[in-house]
Ligand binder design. Structure first.
Ligand code: NAP
Length: 296
């Protein structure tokens, strides 16, 4: 069972419309024609910038994270500045009950048109000094929660033949040797999962975008154990990261890597990866394994 450090503050049952209204900050009188974007990890960093940019693009919002005070302060500001309806749900996605409540919201709220799976934590510790319980909690948040939320909303979006899922991976999902191995592998999962979501959902009218930020100046680095990274000359601001990621979404990208200037290098790498697939279909081992005569 994953470690849970804070209690989910949702009501015990599937949230009703009334529940949302009680927790909505400054509801706009008219629902947005763009619908509602549910953003996880919206209390800080990249998620808070997504909330800001999506409200300015005309989305109503449901903001999810553990810190209720920070969520409500952001909701009040965004609602005042944009006139959009902003709901907040304080929930710990490392807690199975808290996660189930957000899954229920995604299944039941017909206004939701976008899910931004952004909540995540990282680490710079090696296998020899990382805490295994923290690693398990990281796997639960970065992989299990993202997967369950995607599975909750995908059938809804498919039934309406519309909807967008944005999954936040990381450049270390490819450059796996740079940080903690469990973190990198969790982000490789998000990238792989995104490829198969595109295979399963593209012809159902559902858009999937996988975003691979490289180092971005957020509190992520304090939690990960290397705060100095925030001051590095090669670290991007969260504002630039999200603006570029949304530009990539507008351009129809399936995978967006804001810091990668040579976009063709991704295209080549991805083309080569896909070209490997048919080569795996062989009943016999490759000659380089030189099996004894009669076996190969
Ligand atoms: P951040 O500033 O630390 O924000 C993380 C967000 O996730 C916060 O809103 C936090 O809010 C929320 N969160 C953490 N644990 C949670 C839990 N158990 N349940 C619900 N919400 C939780 O980090 P960030 O840089 O914005 O990270 C956002 C995403 O970008 C992550 O998936 C991260 O892996 C990815 N990313 C970041 C970088 C980078 O350099 N910053 C690079 C590549 C990828 P509460 O504390 O209020 O719950």
């Amino acid at each position: 069972m994953p470690v849970s450090s804070s209690k989910c503050t949702l009501t015990p049952d599937i949230p009703s419309r009334e529940y949302f209204e009680r927790n909505t900050i400054m509801t706009s009188p008219t629902p947005s024609p763009k619908g509602t974007a549910l953003v996880t990890g919206a209390s800080a960093g990249i998620g808070a910038v997504y909330a800001d940019r999506l409200a300015r693009r005309g989305y109503d919002l449901i903001l999810v994270a553990r810190n209720a005070g920070r969520l409500q302060a952001l909701a009040a500001r965004l609602s005042a500045e944009t006139g959009r309806s902003v709901q907040t749900i304080a929930a710990d996605l490392n807690d199975k009950a808290g996660l189930s409540k957000i899954e229920a919201v995604l299944r039941k709220d017909p206004s939701i048109t976008m899910l931004v799976n952004n909540a995540g934590v990282g680490s710079v510790a090696s296998v020899l000094n990382a805490d295994i319980d923290e690693m398990e909690a990281m796997i639960f948040l970065n992989i299990t929660a993202l997967t369950r939320l995607t599975y909750a909303v995908a059938p809804v979006f498919a039934s309406k033949a519309s909807g967008t899922i944005i999954n936040i991976s990381s450049a270390v999902g490819i450059a796996v040797e740079l940080l903690n191995g469990v973190y990198s592998a969790s982000k490789s999962y998000v990238l792989s999962f995104g490829h198969t979501l595109q295979r399963d959902l593209a012809d159902k009218g559902v858009r999937i975008q996988t975003v691979l930020p490289a180092a971005t100046a957020t509190d992520f680095w304090d939690v990960a154990g290397y705060p100095k990274q925030k001051e590095s000359a090669s670290t991007m601001t969260a504002g630039d990261l999200v603006d570029a990621a949304l530009a990539g979404l507008d351009q129809g990208e399936l995978v967006t890597i804001p810091t990668l200037h040579d976009g063709e290098s991704w295209t080549r790498w991805e083309t080569d990866r896909r070209a490997l697939a048919p080569q795996f279909a062989n009943a016999k081992p490759a000659p380089r394994y030189a099996l004894p005569a009669g076996k190969a």
